[in-house]
Design a binder for this molecule. Sequence first.
Ligand code: PMP
Length: 398
Amino acid sequence: MKYNFSDVVNRMKPSEIRELNKMASSPGIISLGGGMPSPETFPIKELTEIMEFVMKKNSDLALQYGNTLGINPVREQISKMLEKTEGIKCNMENIIVNSGSQQGLYELGTVLANPGDTVITEEPTYVGAVSAFSANGLKMEGIPVDHNGMKVELLEEKIKKLILEGRKPRFIYVIPTFQNPTGYTMPVERRKVLIEISKKYDVPLVEDNPYGQLRYYGEPVPCIRSMTGGEDVIYLGTFSKVMTPGLRLGYTIAPEPVMEKFNLIKQALDLATNSFSQYVAYEYIKRGIIYKQVELNKQIYRKKRDAIVNALKANMSDISTFSEPDGGMFVWVTVDKNVDTKQMIPLAIKNGVAYVSGQAFTTNGTQKSSMRLNFTFGSVEQLEEGIKRIRKTINESA
Ligand code: PMP
């Protein structure tokens, strides 16, 4: 049989991270590649107890199909949690529970744009967003980031230019807090500008905030959805970093007309999100475990963040610049030397360390001398050794 594949899927490239994970799982390799939480942060005892409780008390519902938009008591708990943690005010009717926020990204690409349409992202941006938008046949225009996130002063010009070309962007996608891949956070002033531009040009703003709760230093910056004028912002959140990624639970907040379309597309995708996971999350929030767990995660990750930043200072400051994030899971390193970090990967693997190249987070092959390092998965010792191995690899490749 000769299979003819769609143009969309033929244009998609395998994710560098998936490919890398295959190599990085060999024994002896320290992986700073994937964006995985540490298993030490999984609340195993609490989840075991909750799972037994759900099976005993609620199995009729937890093992049944649920509402397409999510189980109502769960949506209600999420809305309460978001008010407490992020200052977001929203009704449960404006929340859809998804199979990870990854599914929310895919839904956005289907609901808000047609194949061939253009969307604006940060440059670099989350690799999974690139794949979700590409799978919908969308084109991405990146606005460069600096230490304060997207350079919003370039955004208006870009939108005007795209409108003149007949390619008005369908939405603007940002990760303003502890961005993946850079770790940068956008200050309030820039967030205000984003809201203004989105309103002025009638281009929806999408805020993806998986890391907002993982702050190790400094004062919180309000999420855009909670700011004055931010009520129309479409907001994505996830349980992956504050419970576990394996239960695959995320959510999107959106205004009523968008929710109606999400409802249609979600029926086509999977009818409804896993009911069992949703009831587990319900108990996890209602019993207040989530808030204690986030505090524990922060203690563990703060030490690891310090370990990687100190190791970078000791081993890499003469040849690179790097972010020193106040939270999240990633450090972004840019090497001064003319190093192509993608080409360097086989040598790094040989030297026993894995990372993701900067290019993986772009749609236009820039960021060649950068790399994203994850600091939540490895132990402090592995992080320290991993950075030494990266330095050795750079020396050998130069
Ligand atoms: N958005 C961003 C910015 C992410 O970093 C991730 C996970 N790495 C996701 C969305 C997807 O997370 P999940 O599907 O596990 O909720």
